[in-house]
Design a protein around this ligand. Structure first.
Ligand SMILES: [Zn+2]
Length: 330
């Protein structure tokens, strides 16, 4: 039902496939394999392209652009990154220094030609699929935004029932804490991410160019259900935006909404978790999370959830995030 994954023998070129309707309408872009080992979205996108090409689907309005493999070098190597994480510091540059800089120089202008982004990822460890969306409408300096309603309306129709927000704000606070720690301890900070703009990924780039964007995390990397979760999300998005005919998706009623509120860095490569945490494990204030290399205990700063725990992060990088549960309806 889903196409086999294609080989990309020369990962030094970029590919997108667009369909444009006769009638004007929203311009959607769907990304797969921003991280090269996250290919459930790739398979769903390839199936959708095939259905348009066969005539099983017809674009009624607007435009849809599919990018099955956004980072071909990482995909080719079957790993997360080519030279670095594409989903950080994603911005065009006149002096590209690594492969992901070249991706950015192609991808950022492409995103800017669209209004809505669905970016499909998968995760290493966890249970259920979830979606990430951006900030509330605001005019602040970090990420001014005015499409929160439309963005959340889309997220609620992807077919998942867990939502996470607060990423860039929390990341920027984390960078501020990191800088303060470096100063207080007379460290050099060399090689560390001390610029809040480093938190710019695909969705932040899309919002910065006037559109809105949702990230779908469609399950574990090798979950056999992942492609189907991704496919449903693409189909629901196309119908919801009026680009194709179909059963109009209704917003999910029972869901969990978590907001990231804090990020805690590793300080030493040998800082260790005290157990094998998964994203969305519940934590209680004061609960032991891990032990630093110098013996210092790291305890939960509040009741909530641990999110994106990373055993392989380096000193001075994000170790884990803490989220709180929201009770206000989206
Ligand atoms: Zn990813």
């Amino acid at each position: 039902m889903f196409p086999e994954l294609p080989a990309i023998p020369h990962p030094l070129q970029f590919k997108s496939v667009s369909f444009t309707a006769l009638k004007p309408g929203p311009k959607l872009i769907v990304l797969g394999a921003v991280h090269g080992n996250e290919v459930s979205g790739t398979r769903a996108i390839l199936r959708m392209i095939r259905e348009f090409e066969r005539g099983d689907r017809l674009l009624l309005a607007g435009q849809v652009t599919f990018v099955p493999v956004t980072n071909p070098l990482a995909y080719n190597r079957q790993q997360r990154n080519g030279d670095r994480n594409l989903n950080r510091n994603l911005t065009p540059t006149t002096t590209p220094a690594d492969f992901e800089d070249h991706v950015a120089n192609w991808l950022c202008p492409l995103l800017a030609q669209h209004e809505v982004l669905l970016d499909i990822h998968s995760f290493q460890k966890g249970d259920q699929p979830f979606a990430l969306f951006g900030p509330a409408d605001n005019g602040g300096p970090l990420q001014p935004f005015r499409h929160a309603r439309a963005e959340r309306d889309l997220a609620l129709r992807l077919g998942v029932s867990r939502f996470v927000d607060g990423w860039l704000e929390t990341y920027a606070n984390g960078v501020a804490n990191r800088v303060a720690y470096i100063k207080a301890h007379g460290l050099s900070g060399q090689g560390l991410n001390t610029d809040p703009r480093y938190g710019m990924g695909t969705t932040e780039c899309m919002r910065a160019s006037g559109g809105y964007a949702v990230t779908l995390e469609c399950g574990q990397h090798d979950d056999p259900q992942g492609p189907a979760v991704a496919y449903t999300a693409i189909e629901n998005t196309l119908v919801h935006l009026g680009l194709i005919a179909g059963q109009v998706p209704q917003p999910v009623r029972d869901y969990q909404h978590l907001t990231l509120v804090e990020v805690i860095d590793k300080r030493h490569a040998d800082d260790q978790f005290c157990r094998s945490w998964s994203s969305f494990d519940r934590i209680s204030k004061g609960e032991l999370i891990g032990l630093r290399q110098n013996g210092e205990e790291v305890r939960a700063p509040r009741d909530g959830f641990i999110v994106f725990p990373n055993t392989t992060s380096q000193a001075g990088q994000e170790w884990f995030y803490v989220a709180k549960e929201e009770t206000e309806p989206l």
